[in-house]
Ligand binder design. Structure first.
Ligand code: HEC
Length: 158
C-alpha cells in the first residue's frame, strides 16, 4: 500500500472512532402518551400489536433499539428517522393533537398503509413488511376511529 492510501485509511479510522463518542439522544420517553392514544382510538389487541411491532419505533416516544443502533453513523441515521417521523405523526403526543389533526393523521395513515409506504423501506427490509391482513386491520381500525372524530367535528361546527 502506498503511503498516501495508508494515511487516508488511518484518518478514516480515526474519524470513525471519534464518531463513536458523539451519541444522539435516545428516544426513551414514558408510555403514558400511548395509553391515551389507545383509549382514544380503541385499537383491538391485534391492531395494537401491529402498531407496536411496526410503527412505535419511529412514531412514538419509545423506540426499541437494535444493537447496531449503538454504532455511528447508523445511530445518527436512526435518530434522524425517528425525529422526522415523530414530527409528522407521534402516537405518544396524541393528546396534544386537535380533533381535526387526529382525523387528518389517521387519513394519512390510511394512505400510507394502502400505498405500502409505511413502515419505511429500510425498516421493512430488516423487520419485514406489513402483511395484507395487517394492512387491512389497520385501515379498518383507522376508518372507525375517524368516524368518531368526524362526529365530534360536526358537533363543533354547529
Ligand atoms: C423507521 C422509521 C419508521 C417506521 C417504522 C414507520 N414510519 Fe411512518 N414515517 C417515517 C418517516 C421518516 C416519515 C416522514 C417522511 C415520509 O413520509 O417518508 C413517516 C411518515 C408517516 C406518516 C405521514 C404523516 C404525515 O403527516 O404526513 C404516517 C401516517 C406514517 N408515517 C404512519 C406509519 C405507520 C402506520 C407505520 C407502521 C405501520 C409507520 N409509519 C412506520 C418513519 C417511520
Amino acid at each position: 500500500m502506498n503511503k498516501t492510501l495508508k494515511f487516508i485509511g488511518l484518518l478514516l479510522l480515526l474519524v470513525f472512532v471519534v464518531m463513536q463518542f458523539v451519541r444522539p439522544e435516545k428516544n426513551k420517553g414514558g408510555t403514558e402518551g400511548i395509553t391515551a392514544f389507545k383509549n382514544d382510538t380503541k385499537p383491538s389487541e391485534e391492531v395494537f400489536m401491529v402498531l407496536k411491532q411496526n410503527c412505535f419505533d419511529c412514531h412514538s416516544d419509545s423506540t426499541k433499539y437494535p444493537w447496531y443502533a449503538e454504532i455511528a453513523p447508523i445511530s445518527y441515521w436512526l435518530a434522524d428517522h425517528v425525529k422526522e417521523a415523530k414530527g409528522d405523526f407521534n402516537m405518544s403526543a396524541w393528546e396534544t393533537y386537535s380533533t381535526k389533526k387526529k382525523d387528518h393523521k389517521l387519513e394519512e395513515l390510511i394512505e400510507e398503509v394502502e400505498e405500502g409506504e409505511m413502515p419505511l423501506e429500510s425498516y421493512a427490509w430488516i423487520h419485514g413488511k406489513l402483511s395484507k391482513e395487517d394492512q387491512e386491520k389497520l385501515i379498518q381500525w383507522a376508518n372507525l376511529a375517524r368516524i368518531q372524530y368526524q362526529d365530534e367535528l360536526k358537533v363543533s361546527y354547529k
